[in-house]
Design a protein around this ligand. Sequence first.
Ligand code: PLP
Length: 403
Amino acid sequence: MRVAQAGRLSNVRYDIRGPVLRRARQLEAAGHEIIKLNLGNPAPFGLDAPDDVLSDVVKHIPDAQGYSDARGIQPARQAVAQYFDRRGVPGVTADDVYLGNGVSELIVMALQALLDPGDEVVVPSPDYPLWTGAINLCGGHAVHYQCDEQNDWNPDLEHLQSRIGPRTRALVIINPNNPTGAVYSSEILLGMLELARRHGLVVLTDEIYDQIIYADAVHSPAAALAPDLLVLTLGGLSKTYRLAGFRSGWLVVSGPRADAADYLDGLELLANMRLCPNVPAQHAIEPALGGRVDITHLLQPGGRLRDQRDHAWAALTAIPGVSCYKPAGALYLFPRLDPEVYPIADDEKMMIDLLEQQHVLLSHGSGFNLPTTDHLRLVFLASVPVLDEAIGRIATFLSTYHQ
Ligand code: PLP
């Protein structure tokens, strides 16, 4: 019997985990060692979670055997609310916090509760592609607004405005951005939020990298800048707290909740239907957000993430024909290969060729809903010697590569 996938998946793409990753698995199964710089997953790179967060979770395992409240355990939701208060978002209480199995689950829930078939959502290009995939999965239509590489990958506000139409329901902001590493100034954010205000859009803001900021960049929570708008802010433990495997995240509702009561009932219904998020992992939230965890030592000059960023950026941009914005936040470099030097028609194929020839696994730029094929994404979580080795191999590959 032939079993076909549901039609609703026909428009859903998640290419950054597609054929390139499958090929990497085949090569590994055949005994090859691959340098994997394709995933923002801190633990395999020796970036372990803080000990006291882990020990709190262990201590609470006996209390974590049953289902919790569908929105999550009270102390964790309280800790998230207090964190938002410290970040300048007014009036958030534990009742405004929904915990989930990672931001990934909460993105799908937030969109499922919002979208009717044909509704549009404006999303950045490039984006973290779960956003585009989830909008399409939920029957909506992802409409991309450009971020401008020449302007430090800031959103092009005129283009954003031109993408908003009568069916647009929501604006997605990813800040700090994956894959570009851009951190938006409050001026840019205020411009985006003004468009949301003018067109009555719900703001969905993915701020999972809000604490991973380099140099003098400052992260402003969108919810703090627009207390008059319905803003859903998403964050979690995967990156800052190096607990990606715990699958633990939060969605915080701020702004005029009364107008959104019907939507919030829908969100609650979906939260109830999945019973609750993983309970042991919820116990990591209070110690993580309670002010005990500080990651500035990783981000300051001499800090591991900062050094790796600087080193990888310098090595990549020393390759002829490769340019790159130096990321102000997050864990990624998103270099451009000058099409005059490297005429690449199929960037996914280029990633497979790199993998086969040099055993380095990266992600192709068009997998992030970029309309061109001249970018790739490299995760700089690996140590400097590993980054050196990988970027050396990329340089060797590019020196002879033709498509
Ligand atoms: N949002 C962004 C921008 C990401 O980069 C990622 C993971 O890379 C996620 C969400 C997924 O987060 P989680 O592990 O909480 O599902």
